[in-house]
Design a protein. Structure first.
Length: 284
C-alpha cells in the first residue's frame, strides 16, 4: 500500500511538472474521490498550492457520473485550472437525478464544500437505470465468448437507441467464465434487488469432482462484522437501480462484488460494462 501511495504521489507531481513546463491554457486533473483526503489531504493541498503558485485560477469539486446520463455510481475528484488570461469554466450542472451523490468535501477545520448542487434533490431528467441500459441485450451464458452477434429485439429506451446508434452488429457481449463453485453460488443468489452472499444458505454442496465444500465462502462469516456483513459480494444488479463503479476485472469476491446480471446466472458482459460508462455499441 505504501508503495502504491508513493507511485500515486509521483504521478501527480509528474503531472504538475508538465503543467509548469508547458504552461497550458487549461489544466484538468481527475482522480478518485478519496484523493481530497488521501494522506490527510496533503497531496491535494500541494496540488492546489502548486497551481496557484504558477499563477493559475483553480477550482475543485467532486462529480458523480450518474448525474450525466449513465447508470453508474462513479464519484471522482476534479481540479480545473485556467491561465490568468482565460475564463475558468464552471462545473456542469447535473442533468439526471442520482440517489446518493455525497459530493461534499470536508475542508480543514471541519467545514463542508460542494462544487455542484446535490442532484438527489432534483434534476431535469430522471436517473438512468440498469434496465434502461442493458435490458435490450440478448441473454448469454456464463463464459460466453462469441465476439460478434446480433440484436434480438428492438431498443426499449432512449438510452438504448442512443447507445446503439446505427450499429447493426453487437460486439463484445462476452462474459467472464466462473468456476463451478462460483457458478453454483450465482445460481443460488435470488433474482431480486439487493440479493447477495447474505442470501446463500449455510450448507455444503458436492462438486463434480466429488469434493464437498461450503456454499458460503469460508472467510466471510468470521469477518462480516468488520466489513458491513460483506454487503454486495456475489451481488445481483437491480433492474431499477444503477451499476456500481465499473472496473476492468469484475469479481464476485472482489472490491466491487455486485457484478451478477439481474436475472441471468453470470457476470456482467464487457458490452454491459461499456454501456454503463456511456461507450456506444460501435466502440470496440
Amino acid at each position: 500500500q505504501r508503495v502504491w501511495s508513493k507511485v500515486q504521489c509521483e504521478m501527480i507531481l509528474a503531472f504538475l511538472s508538465y503543467a509548469d513546463y508547458f504552461r497550458p491554457r487549461y489544466f484538468l486533473l481527475e482522480n478518485v474521490r478519496n484523493f481530497v483526503s488521501f494522506n490527510k489531504g496533503q497531496t491535494f493541498r500541494l496540488t492546489m498550492a502548486s497551481l496557484l503558485e504558477m499563477g493559475y485560477q483553480v477550482r475543485f469539486g467532486v462529480l458523480q457520473a450518474g448525474n450525466f446520463g449513465v447508470s453508474q455510481s462513479r464519484k471522482r475528484a476534479f481540479i480545473w485550472a485556467a491561465a490568468p488570461d482565460e475564463s475558468l469554466p464552471d462545473w456542469p450542472e447535473a442533468r439526471h437525478v442520482s440517489a446518493s451523490s455525497q459530493l461534499g468535501v470536508t475542508l480543514p477545520g471541519g467545514g463542508q464544500y460542494a462544487a455542484v448542487r446535490d442532484a438527489g434533490l432534483g434534476a431535469p431528467f430522471r436517473a438512468i437505470t440498469v434496465r434502461d441500459t442493458i435490458a435490450d441485450l440478448p441473454p448469454v451464458a456464463n463464459g460466453a465468448d462469441t465476439l460478434k452477434t446480433v440484436y434480438t429485439q428492438p431498443a426499449e429506451s432512449w438510452f438504448q437507441m442512443h447507445i446503439r446508434g446505427k450499429t447493426d452488429v453487437l460486439t463484445d457481449h462476452i462474459s467472464k467464465e466462473m468456476n463451478e463453485l462460483n457458478l453454483i453460488r450465482c445460481q443460488r443468489i435470488p433474482k431480486r434487488p439487493g440479493a447477495d452472499c447474505r442470501d446463500l444458505p449455510a450448507e455444503k454442496i458436492k462438486l463434480s469432482t466429488g469434493q464437498l465444500v461450503d456454499l458460503i465462502p469460508w472467510c466471510l462469516p468470521n469477518t462480516a462484522a468488520r466489513h458491513n456483513q460483506w454487503k454486495g459480494l456475489f451481488g445481483r444488479l437491480d433492474w431499477d437501480g444503477n451499476f456500481p463503479t465499473s472496473i476492468t476485472d469484475p469479481q464476485p469476491m472482489g472490491k466491487v462484488g455486485m457484478c451478477f446480471h439481474p436475472v441471468q446466472n453470470r457476470i456482467v458482459t464487457v458490452r454491459e460494462c461499456a454501456r454503463s460508462q456511456g461507450f456506444p455499441d460501435s466502440y470496440k
